[in-house]
Design a protein around this ligand. Structure first.
Ligand code: NAD
Ligand code: UDP
Length: 319
């Protein structure tokens, strides 16, 4: 069914994008990966070198895009995604969510390709509704430090719907909740790689605030499965994809210590500005319209991820 089809993955050298490239190649598509490597790495796609169906183009997607040949799908995943990254790269984050989404939507229109936007649970901000359903409009501080990411993604969603409504582009919007797995950067600051690396190195686990804020973690294989199901569906409204298994960050730290058999202790640090207090996806829509739900249990996904970090050499944490 997919043979002969061609997909562009922007941000394809990143954590999620590289897993998506693998998955699409496995389904028989040929894949073009476009990335400027600002937070991604060639290491994530080096195993694909020499694959006839795979091509890497180093390019900033906020610039004019030229890509000869037909395209059936565009997966727009380019964007800094960890709070540390988008706080260090605020303008680039705003540009890739706005200009980058504009360029890739323009390409989708020209190629008559299906366009899938990687949006985020951050569009709900620090939510006043729990769990978060797709019809919740969110509680975002537009001028706070996280606003650069949240508002870029909210703008990207608005632009995607405008191209759908006014240009008839076949679009999809996935709202991704915290996802983890192999190929996360050891020190990208997100809680999963941070705690795993700290535990493996015997360093204290840095719990922000009192650790009572909650998150719900989805294993990367489940997420990619959901992305593909959405891409081949006909659902043009946003869909939440994530794992509803919610826990506090303190409980998560204790779980990592147990799974790594580490002797690390917890060290409390100040809570970042506008850090959402709760987050849990309501996935009833994904279940209903995509017949999707996560399968990988948190402990199983974490064991895989811990094993991956154990086998990888990484430098000391930044102070
Ligand atoms: P990542 O940082 O590993 O990957 C992002 C990739 O985009 C990197 O390879 C980076 O080099 C590339 N990129 C950034 N700006 C670019 C530009 N202007 N031109 C070309 N390439 C550019 O992050 P990730 O976790 O893989 O996230 C991928 C996407 O999924 C992002 O859009 C992010 O907002 C979204 N998302 C991820 C999560 C998650 O839990 N991982 C949650 C919600 C949304
Ligand atoms: N967090 C933490 N210690 C860390 C990194 C993150 O306690 O070293 C907390 C962070 O404050 C947030 C949660 O873990 O409440 C998830 O953070 P992450 O950066 O992974 O993603 P977010 O969901 O905030 O985008």
């Amino acid at each position: 069914m997919n043979k002969g089809k061609r997909a562009l993955v922007t941000g394809g050298a990143g954590f999620l994008g590289s897993h998506l490239c693998d998955y699409l190649l496995g389904k028989g598509l040929s894949v073009v990966c476009m990335d400027n490597l600002v937070t991604g790495s060639l290491g994530n796609i080096e195993h694909l070198a020499g694959n006839q169906n795979f091509k890497f183009i180093k390019q900033d997607v906020t610039e004019y895009l030229y890509l000869p040949g037909s395209l059936d799908f565009i997966f727009h995943f380019a964007s800094p995604a960890s709070p540390i990254d988008y706080l260090e790269l605020p303008i680039q984050t705003l540009k890739v969510g706005s200009l980058g989404t504009h360029k890739t939507l323009g390409l989708a229109k020209a190629k008559e390709a299906t366009f899938l936007l990687a949006s985020t649970s951050e569009v709900y901000g620090d939510p006043l509704v729990h769990p978060q359903k797709e019809n919740y409009w969110g509680n975002v501080n537009p001028i706070g430090p996280r606003g650069v990411y949240d508002e870029a993604k909210r703008f990207a969603e608005a632009l995607t719907m405008a191209y759908h409504r006014y240009h008839g582009v076949d679009t999809r919007i996935i709202r991704i909740f915290n996802t983890y797995g192999p190929r996360m950067r050891a020190h990208d600051g997100r809680v999963v790689p941070a705690f795993i690396c700290q535990a493996l190195e015997g360093e204290p686990l840095t719990v922000f605030g009192d650790g009572s804020q909650t998150r719900s973690f989805c294993y990367v294989a489940d997420l990619i499965d959901g992305i593909f199901k959405l891409a081949v569906s006909s659902v043009t409204e946003p869909v939440n994809i994530g794992n509803p298994h919610e826990m506090t960050i303190r409980q998560f730290a204790e779980l990592i210590i147990r799974l790594t058999s580490s002797s690390s202790r917890l060290e409390y640090r100040s809570l970042p500005v506008d850090d959402p207090k709760t987050r849990q996806p309501d996935i009833s829509k994904a279940k209903e319209v995509l017949d999707w739900e996560p399968r990988v249990k948190l402990e199983d996904g974490l064991k895989e991820t811990i094993e991956w970090f154990r086998n990888k050499s990484f430098g000391p944490s930044p102070q």
